[in-house]
Design a protein around this ligand. Structure first.
Ligand code: ADP
Length: 419
């Protein structure tokens, strides 16, 4: 005999299978939660041949159930959502508490039915099949089917609604995770803004007193005699170091936004010479030989001079810093088919191969921050790469390993310079 509502048993099974399949497909489409749950309610009624279906979720804080979806005829889902269902005096509550399905073939006189919901929406619960919904082993709510149209609830109904309940649980769990991620992201953005504002204000506020210190220290150094002049020079050096740190902080902020470029045609030689003159005295102080060969330097590039100068200075500054006294630092220019390369090599402490890329990350330093002997914040190379890339170029490092020296290659597009 065919099941009630279906012409044959085969037709019934086909319809149920295709409906369950539809639900899985909708789940995978990543549709918003509300329509997915609505779809699952429709499928529940169609498969179990009943009048209505609802999903109630357990709220741990208030220890009650709340409607998340329902297709009860004539009921306004928004109104339903406002009706709390107590855990103690309801079938839903019992299903969640006992973590098991409950079937009520005749609900007419059953005292466990929470009648407040029926009364407020003008519905009469005549029979009920409810199954718990699980996420990661814990019960998060219940799926209830109401008022079987013909005959009583069957084992098939129970099995099919259990499948639908697990689909609904997956959809709810996904939606909760997405919401948690959205919130975390919002929180991160807020923190990022606070950090950026803080850096902006701090660097701005530090600049003014620092320029006073720099001015007076430089004046004292020139005017004072003997030891006093040495002391003033020490103050001046430290103040200049502080100024570099503040510049780094400002440049990092710049990289996070869109960099405005003031591009112009410039020879590579002029850019390299400017960086060299900035750092020559620092190199001399460490007894380094700064060997700059400008052959090929007449190549024109179309760049923002100050941004490329910052990159060159940061790379050269590192070469000076990470090479023991009396080292050799070489700068060479190399023509490539579409690019012009500046190679800056030193015979210093070198870079382990697994750090060659990481050193371009913000705040990454090869040596542990607490034990390192060199000052700096680990920002110079990320700034250098950001500036070079903003100008359409590339920057990378090569090294044969610790104590084998390092080479930084700054590549700028050559063809663009012809334009
Ligand atoms: P900082 O110099 O402030 O530490 P950078 O971003 O400029 O920050 O450099 C990151 C790290 O890369 C340095 O701490 C250092 O470990 C490594 N590094 C950079 N340049 C060289 C170099 N020429 N030789 C050896 N190591 C280097």
């Amino acid at each position: 005999m065919a099941a009630p509502g279906y012409s044959t048993n085969l037709e019934k099974h086909n319809l149920i299978l295709s409906r369950l399949l539809d639900v899985s497909l909708v789940l995978n489409l990543n549709v918003a939660l509300k329509p997915i749950l609505g779809y699952i309610m429709e499928a529940a009624c169609e498969i179990a041949l009943c009048d209505a279906a609802s999903i109630l979720l357990y709220n741990k804080n208030s220890d009650e159930l709340r409607f998340a979806a329902s297709n009860t005829p004539g009921a306004d889902t928004d109104a339903l959502q406002k009706i709390p269902v107590p855990m103690a005096n309801s079938i839903g509550g019992q299903i969640v508490r006992e973590n098991r399905p409950i079937i009520i073939q005749n609900a007419d006189e059953d005292p466990r039915i929470y009648r407040t919901v029926d009364e407020s929406i003008g519905f009469t619960t005549k029979s009920l099949l409810g199954v718990p919904m699980h996420v990661k082993g814990s019960v998060i709510g219940v799926l209830e089917a109401l008022n079987k149209r013909e005959g009583g609830w069957t084992q098939d109904d129970l099995n099919n609604l259990t499948i639908l309940a697990s689909h609904a649980a997956v959809a709810i769990s996904n939606a909760r995770q997405t919401e948690a991620l959205r919130k975390a992201n919002e929180e991160l953005n807020k923190l990022d803004k606070i950090k950026n504002d803080f850096i902006a204000i701090a660097s701005h506020e530090l600049r003014t007193p620092l320029s006073v210190i720099l001015g007076y220290a430089s004046f004292l150094k020139d005017e004072a005699q003997g030891e006093a002049s040495d002391h003033a020079a020490a103050v001046l050096n430290s103040a200049m170091h502080l100024r570099n740190l503040i510049e780094d902080m400002t440049n990092v902020r710049l990289l996070q936004g869109k960099i405005d470029l003031a591009r112009e045609h410039a020879t590579l030689a002029s850019l390299i010479q400017a960086a060299q003159s900035d750092l020559q005295s620092l190199a001399n102080a460490k007894g380094h030989h700064l060997d700059v060969d400008l052959a090929g330097g007449q190549a024109l590039v179309f760049v923002d001079r100050s941004k490329i100068a910052t990159a060159l200075i940061n790379i050269l500054n590192n070469a000076i810093k990470f090479t023991p006294n009396g080292g050799l630092i070489q700068v060479r220019i190399e023509q490539r088919p579409e690019e012009v390369w500046v190679r800056i090599s030193d015979n210093g402490i070198g870079i382990p191969s697994d750090h060659l890329e990481k050193i371009f990350d913000e705040f990454h330093q090869v040596a542990d921050h607490m034990t390192r002997r060199h000052n700096g914040m680990g920002l110079g190379l990320s700034i250098a790469r950001g500036m070079v890339e903003a100008n359409g170029g590339r920057l990378w490092a090569e090294s044969a390993g610790p104590n084998k020296g390092s080479t930084f290659i700054l590549a700028l597009p050559f063809k663009a310079s012809q334009g």
